[in-house]
Design a protein around this ligand. Structure first.
Ligand code: PMP
Length: 359
């Protein structure tokens, strides 16, 4: 068997120990006589998995008691529509910050439900930074302020939690949740798909403050009504049980790594090394302004795009996979989530230097 270093943006690399544990427990989970895949979601064994999942997430992120934690389906993409449906609560406007392809999609879906106030946008500068907060337009009549804490495609990350001037703050944390500590109490709602830092695809985490839910219109499908799902422990319908289990294993792995504060230090070091290699090279270039460079997704372009194909095939020959940038921006992108080992980043840097020397 030869596992490669997988730099995919998501689904993405998982800790090997998690995969091995899943393999070991595949046929029978902890004396239950059955696979997790075969368990009733209402049974006593799955109840343990579900309880541990929520309590581990609550402790890793220090989630206060006045927040609900939901495990939903439909991906982060479904949330683009569900957030306005659940949170508008009679208001007609919501504020959005546009810093890349994902916040663009969030805006586009929200426009079907309300007037979107564009608080700030870096679109005219090709999404190379986060606009200065002093220039932001925040409408106090809006129901919430939405931003994407890490733009997976453009490689732009907010270094700090934005000041929403009193509006409930809503964040798409799909690609940087659990990579750095965040003060949950500053948010109204956080959502994230699991397929980057938390496990395989198939589960969407929603962390939402109690007082914001319970106001969805009757036309909201009940499985997409946060209050209904909260009342039913996210089991209004059959959940993606095996994926919950796998996310639970990743959370236990993260605890064993020392938790979020410890993994943040490793993430800072991994990203710093890679950006340094890019900045020191004459062949590679990262287009994002330094304070906003993502620790998770590192896009880079080659000075001569005629070399792109050769770069990708030579990288694969070295066991470095999924480096092709998103089709909308081209170039390369290395996603270096929590589970990417330091050795993977080192191997990439060594390969990039060698490729530059030989081209
Ligand atoms: N938001 C961000 C920041 C993402 O990176 C992604 C997926 N790459 C999505 C939303 C959409 O997630 P999903 O495919 O789970 O709907």
């Amino acid at each position: 068997m030869s596992r490669v270093y997988n730099f995919s943006a998501g689904p993405s690399t998982l800790p090997e120990s998690v995969l091995l544990q899943a393999q070991q427990e595949l046929l029978e989970w902890r004396g239950s006589g059955m696979s997790v895949m075969e368990m009733s979601h209402r049974g006593k064994h799955f109840a343990i998995i579900a309880e541990e999942l929520e309590s581990d997430l609550r402790s890793l992120l220090a989630i206060p008691d006045n927040y609900k934690v939901l495990f939903l389906q439909g991906g982060a993409s479904a949330q683009f529509s569900l957030i306005p449906q659940n949170l508008l609560n009679g208001k007609t406007k919501a504020c959005y910050i546009k810093t890349g392809a994902w916040s663009e999609k969030a805006v586009s879906d929200a426009q079907n439900y309300c007037e979107v106030v564009l608080t700030a946008s870096s679109e005219a500068e090709h999404y190379s930074h986060v606009p200065e907060p002093a220039t932001w337009l925040i409408d106090s009549d809006a129901a919430y302020l939405h931003y994407t804490s890490n733009e997976t495609i453009h490689g732009v990350e907010f270094p700090d939690i934005p000041d929403s001037k009193g509006l409930p703050l809503v964040s798409d944390m799909s690609s940087n949740i659990l990579s750095r500590p965040v003060d949950i109490s500053q948010f109204g709602l956080i959502y994230a798909g699991t397929q980057k830092n938390m496990g395989p695809s198939g589960v969407t985490i929603v962390i939402v403050r109690d007082d914001l839910i319970g106001h969805a219109p009757k036309t909201t499908p009940s499985v997409f009504n946060y209050a209904e799902q909260a009342k039913n422990q996210s089991m209004l319908n059959t959940p993606a049980t095996y994926n919950w289990y796998l996310v639970g294993l990743v959370l236990k792995w993260l605890q064993a790594q020392g938790g979020v504060a410890a993994i943040e230090q490793r993430n800072i070091a991994k990203a710093a090394k890679l950006y340094q290699a890019i900045d020191q090279s004459a062949l590679y270039h990262n287009p994002v302004a330094i304070p906003y460079r993502s620790r998770m997704n590192v896009p880079f372009i080659l000075a001569d795009d005629g070399l792109d194909k050769a770069f990708i095939s030579a990288a694969e020959a070295q066991g470095l996979y999924e480096l092709k940038g998103h089709r909308s921006v081209g170039g390369m992108r290395a996603s270096i989530y929590n589970a990417m080992p330091d050795a993977g980043v080192e191997a990439l840097i060594a390969f990039m230097a060698e490729f530059e020397r030989s081209h």
